[in-house]
Design a protein around this ligand. Structure first.
Ligand SMILES: *Cc1c(COP(=O)(O)O)cnc(C)c1O
Length: 372
């Protein structure tokens, strides 16, 4: 039995229509931006309940361009969390600002909001909040902290497309939000792709200029931008899948609930229950287990595509060696050392889930016996 993390073919319920559209796009030569991309941008903004979406090359670019559009640069601080994907902190350093990291909470592994509040000081120019694993942060608290400190809030929604907080989609709470459509994400392009989402027309305008080499009208370069434009083929794929996303996210929740029921076990900690229905789109299903590396190796040899996200927290990455992060991040370190992600994808069958749970509990028992 092999249980991969992704099943890309299963995501194309209407593959012939999508391939026909791609064939048509190939023939027209309308490859970059254009009507196809504009259509997806509108539909994606509508889906989220936001005013604007701007398609870019990657989620990383979406983060960097957002911080640039907010005018954040050297000598200024952006507060984010120590256990996130590398790109979150990288975007802050790319614009020349200083990343200030706070620890995560020990149960949800999301940013500790008391620590966030305490980390905001006179040099803080933005909060970069990460809805890690697909779970929404408590956006009542996050928005209150941002407004108390009078700084913009940026949401990293790369793992949480479609998640809600209190009836509103994540990505609509702050000045702007960054989304990734990397093939691993819940809404997956056929390559790299990303988007910035905002309700602010000024930020929308700035991002559109920045993504296109700083041009405001042909040949008129008004800013030092980048070249980061969504292409039509990705937009066709994303547009087709957007209609299916809520159904897929619901299936992910059903699978997560089955995991939680099957993994009632003294040595396994599953994600805490939801605070609000629909606040989690289970991009990853994270469990805390003893002897993590031995258990992971056993699962992988059983054909189960479990992985660690992320084995090395931001403050220990060699790329950031010259940055001084003054803080201790015991919960982020604990998460990096003791958790693993079980496969979760919309088409995973109940039998697959039961098999994974059976192999996981067996692997834990044998690793405990092996070490006894
Ligand atoms: C994937 C991811 C990104 C970056 O997205 P790319 O499209 O791969 O550049 C940023 N932040 C988080 C939390 C992510 O998971």
């Amino acid at each position: 039995m092999k249980i991969p993390r992704y099943n890309h073919l299963a995501q194309f319920a209407d593959l012939p229509a999508t391939t026909d559209q791609i064939r048509h796009a190939l023939a027209t030569g309308d490859y970059i931006l254009g009507e196809t991309v504009a259509r997806f941008e509108h539909r994606f903004a509508d889906y989220l309940g936001a005013a604007h979406a701007i398609g870019v090359n990657t989620g990383t670019d979406a983060l960097t361009l957002t911080l640039t559009a907010l005018g954040i640069g050297p000598g200024e601080e952006v507060v984010t969390v120590a256990n996130t994907f590398h790109a979150t902190a990288l975007a802050i350093t790319t614009v020349g600002a200083t990343a200030v990291l706070v620890d995560c909470e020990p149960d949800s592994y999301l940013m500790d909001l008391d620590a966030l509040d305490a980390a905001c000081g006179p040099r803080t120019k933005a909060i970069l909040a990460v809805h890690l694993f697909g779970r929404s942060l408590d956006m009542d608290r996050v928005t209150a902290i941002a407004s108390r400190h009078e700084i913009p809030l940026v949401e990293d929604c790369a793992q949480a497309v479609g998640a809600f907080w209190g009836g509103r989609r994540v990505g609509t709470f702050g000045a702007a939000a960054a989304f990734s459509f990397h093939p691993s994400k819940n809404l997956a392009a056929a390559g790299d792709a990303g988007a910035v989402v905002t309700n602010n027309p000024d930020i929308d305008h700035k991002i559109r200029i920045l993504r296109g080499l700083g041009q405001d009208g042909q040949g008129n370069h008004v800013a030092l931008g980048v070249n980061s434009k969504l292409d039509a083929i990705q937009a066709i794929v994303l547009d087709a899948k957007l209609d299916l996303l809520d159904g897929w996210n619901a299936q992910r929740r059903t699978i997560a609930a089955r995991y939680a029921r099957a993994l009632i076990h003294p040595a396994i900690t599953v994600p805490p229950p939801l605070q609000d229905p629909g606040d989690h789109v289970y991009h990853l299903y994270q469990v805390t287990v003893p002897h993590r590396d031995a258990v992971l190796a056993q699962l992988r040899s059983d054909g189960i595509d479990a992985v660690v996200r992320y084995p090395v927290p931001v403050h220990r990455q060699p790329a950031f060696a010259r940055y001084r992060f003054d803080g201790a991040y015991p919960h982020a370190e604990y998460q990096a050392a003791n958790t693993l992600c079980l496969p979760i994808r919309p088409d995973l069958s109940p039998a697959d889930v039961d098999f994974i749970c059976d192999r996981l509990t067996t692997a834990i028992t044998s690793s405990q016996e092996g070490l006894a």
